[in-house]
Design a protein around this ligand. Sequence first.
Ligand code: PEP
Ligand code: MN
Length: 408
Amino acid sequence: MLTTRSWPGETRRRLTEALQRPAAQQPGWADPGAADDVREALERLPPLVLPAEVDRLRSRLADAARGRAFVLQGGDCAETFAANTADHVGANVGALRAMARALEQDGGRPVVTLGRIAGQYAKPRSQPVDVLGLPVFRGDIVNGPEPDPAGRAADPRRMLRAYTHALAALNLIRAGHGGPGAEVFTSHEALLLDYERGLLRLAAGDGTGRGGETGGLYALSAHFLWIGERTRQLDGAHVALAALLANPVGVKIGPGTDPELAVAYAERLNPGREPGRLTFISRMGAGAVREKLPAVVERVTAAGHPVVWSCDPMHGNTREAPSGYKTRRVTDIEDEVRGFFEVHRELGTHPGGLHIELTGDAVTECLDEPGGIDDTALAGRYETHCDPRLNGDQALRLAGAVAALTRT
Ligand code: PEP
Ligand code: MN
């Protein structure tokens, strides 16, 4: 595997061209020189995952694109360094595995399990400053959540801590912590470009020429990376970087996604129309999925693009509870998933995956009425640093409902 310095000039030129484009949601580092030093240090470190694993995932995702497998992707909204304990990692992997078992046994299709884990440390934010006028918390890989000016300064050395934490979490996962069973692949939002760039490696590839003339340029911070709703500008740096990669990649698409734009993403990110390379993760909201998703699916399908269609029923259903907590209703989450299946059944396309925020810890972050967590119960164990997650029970119940839908 070649590190940056020994890459062919053409590869370096393409990467520079991609990264010179406008990049949304990047921190203003307190010390930009230090950010360069950290990136170079990351370039010399061993990668977190290997190209052969990435290739294996891509071929499993190709099965999902063809309707022969189902993708389960889940984990914390934001992983934190403090919560990166053996207990928490084990609980999250355990909850994912329990869901995967239920989906596989009752849903009748092999499940590809992808954690939002071992690198989900960077968060896009809707405002650059918080209510106190401080720079917003952008995730542990950038700054600290505590509301003090020093802690909120964007510190590039945090990228090295993130690498170390990701490595430790991966070590647990690879050792079978959380219950040995099917392979758990890793994923996170490809948001922080300095970190992702530091973990790019050029590998021989598999001889298919995938990735165009660049050969096999792999982002080895994780097996799968996705582009978020706020950074999917067609001419921006995130899409341009993803276009260079050999990894399978995802794009989150919200209710404002023009069907032609979805086709443009597919043309840009998967010109070879390879099944498994591109996943669209729709996050429309329960109230919009039946209205907005069909045109997108129809246009992409008509253009001949084989994508994995995955449903994120979390990010279009966030609301503020009367108590003030940021929450989601389990009934909305279930309803968006039902709508997603209805749309695909109607169009004859494959509902290929589920993308959720969950933890195996017994948190009280999502409203579950009647009979479960109500507004007064949210305060009991509300621990997320970003968005509300399903707890293990809620997640397993959702898996049961999704299994019933995949069977029919
Ligand atoms: C997320 O997955 O945590 C997220 C921020 O999602 P989106 O980009 O879809 O808003
Ligand atoms: Mn989130």
